[in-house]
Design a protein around this ligand. Structure first.
Ligand SMILES: Nc1ncnc2c1ncn2[C@@H]1O[C@H](COP(=O)(O)OP(=O)(O)OP(=O)(O)O)[C@@H](O)[C@H]1O
Ligand SMILES: [Mg+2]
Length: 151
């Protein structure tokens, strides 16, 4: 995949999220080495949900909040988390309101404190571009993945 194709995976995820219209909060994990394209994918997702302009990488702020398509959408990047106990101070759990989305780069830094994400995107380097492996770990995640397969 090139960068535009990575963005379009995010756009397809957005379409699937709207189509599946899950009532509960969804946690979406984005894993992969530095520069693998996690924020690029989130950029495609947020744009497809109606965000205009650039997406700020939450590397320093840790959380960037949005309200898009009637949903609370929080984009976080846990790379700079020093210890998973800092998550309690961040109040990530309080962000899990009905129909909300929590997009988490570097979810492994949470050391299980966020639970297993409903959906996981694992980005990697392949030849000159990138590849992505998508998996679901909950019923809601599987429904979104099924909707994504239809797009
Ligand atoms: N196929 C591709 N998919 C995504 N990004 C690509 C691709 N090819 C090149 N790039 C470039 O690689 C960079 C990826 O950066 P991005 O911020 O999305 O990565 P990241 O996984 O979020 O990194 P970090 O772990 O630092 O947050 C961007 O500059 C992007 O333009
Ligand atoms: Mg990033």
């Amino acid at each position: 995949m090139n960068a535009e194709e990575t963005r379009s995976v995010g756009a397809r995820l957005a379409a699937a999220l709207i189509e599946a219209d899950e009532p509960g909060p969804l946690v979406i994990g984005l894993s992969g080495d530095l520069g693998a394209g996690k924020t690029t994918l989130v950029g495609g997702l947020l744009a497809a949900l109606g965000h205009e302009g650039a997406v700020r990488s939450p590397t320093y702020t840790l959380i960037e909040p949005y309200h898009l398509a009637g949903r609370d959408v929080n984009h976080c990047d846990l790379y700079r988390l020093r210890h998973s106990s800092e998550l309690d101070d961040l109040g990530l759990r309080d962000l899990l309101t009905p129909r909300s989305l929590l997009l988490v780069e570097w979810p492994e830094r949470a050391e299980g404190r966020l639970g297993v994400p409903d959906l996981s995107f694992e980005l990697g380097y392949l030849d000159d571009g990138r590849c992505v492996d998508i998996s679901a770990a909950s019923e809601a995640g599987r429904r979104v993945l099924a909707a994504m397969a239809q797009t």
